[in-house]
Each structure stands twice: as structure tokens, then as C-alpha cells.
Ligand binder design. Sequence first.
Ligand code: GLN
Length: 190
Amino acid sequence: MKPRIGVLALQGGFAAHGAILDKLGARTDEVRTPRQLAEVDALVMPGGESTTMSMLLERSELLEPLSERLNAGMAVLGTCAGMILLAREVVDGRADQHSLGMVDITVRRNAYGTQIESFEADIDVDGLESPFHAVFIRAPVVERAGPGVEVLARHEERPVLCRSGRVTVAAFHPELSGDERLHARFLADL
Ligand code: GLN
């Protein structure tokens, strides 16, 4: 049986992730409840607004079961707001926003600055033969990556794609550039 890939669908850009995963032939399910979470083998946490997503995770009683699954080794791909939620430390967040603390990085929200809040760049990714066109939308800056974190890509010296065990996080939106390679790799590594 193919693994079931959940896409956290509380808020934000979950639909585009689902579309790519479907195209790649994965079995995907939108996750909005603890019961749905329990049924998937891996999870994508999309971009959106990390403060809102944090609140919705709490309201839908997903925070604890999600943390338990992650600590038990469930594979997850977190993009942008998803990266923020998975980071150990968040700067310029809301005081009440939750951090799942799964990757030893410090991220600063919205830190690419107002003029370039959203931009695109071709980045070199470890293991990919040609550059990946990355779309950054009010992206977090990774200010620190701990020694156990693999940095798979950088933009202007700052890490933008990191992996820690089965947790992969991107500051950009790999679901928006019509390039399926990072999702394909996520599926291949399951
Ligand atoms: N700025 C958003 C946040 O703080 C993230 C933006 C995104 O996910 N595209 O959550």
C-alpha cells in the first residue's frame, strides 16, 4: 500500500501541495482533525500565516497529537509558515504562538524586509542536478541552524531548505513553481 500523505488544511496554501502530490501519484488526505491526523503516514504543513495556523491547531486540538506524531518520527515537509511552526525558536512571532521545536533553527518572521517581502530566486539544492526556482512570500529568515541540521540550500548565504531527521523545512514555496522535484524527493524518502 502506498503511504497516505496528509496535508494540514486548516489555513493557507494547502491545495497546491495536494495537487502536486496527487500528480505524483500519492494518496493524499486533507487533515483538519486529530482523527484524520491519526490516519496519515506523513504530513505536509503548508505556508500561510503561522500565528493563525498555530491558533487553529490549538482550537482543533491538533497541537498535542501532532507533536506526539512528530516526536515519534513521522516525516513532515513544512513550507514557510510550516517551517516557522516546526522551528525551535521564532523571533518576531506572537507571544502566544506555538513552536513544535522539531528543527534546531531560529527563524525570524517576515525578515526579508518590506521591499522584497516576496521574490523569486533560482537556488541550488543539494542532490538536484539543476537549480530550483524558489518563490518566497513574506518568508522567514533562518538566522541560526544548529549543528545537527543539514542545510540543503541557501539563498544569499542564508539557509532556505533544511533537514533534520525526517523533518524537512523550506522558507520558500516549492508547490508554486511547477517543479515537483522536492515533493518527489519527500515521497521517495518515506
Ligand atoms: N509571514 C508568514 C508567517 O509569519 C509566513 C508566510 C508564508 O507562509 N508564505 O507565518
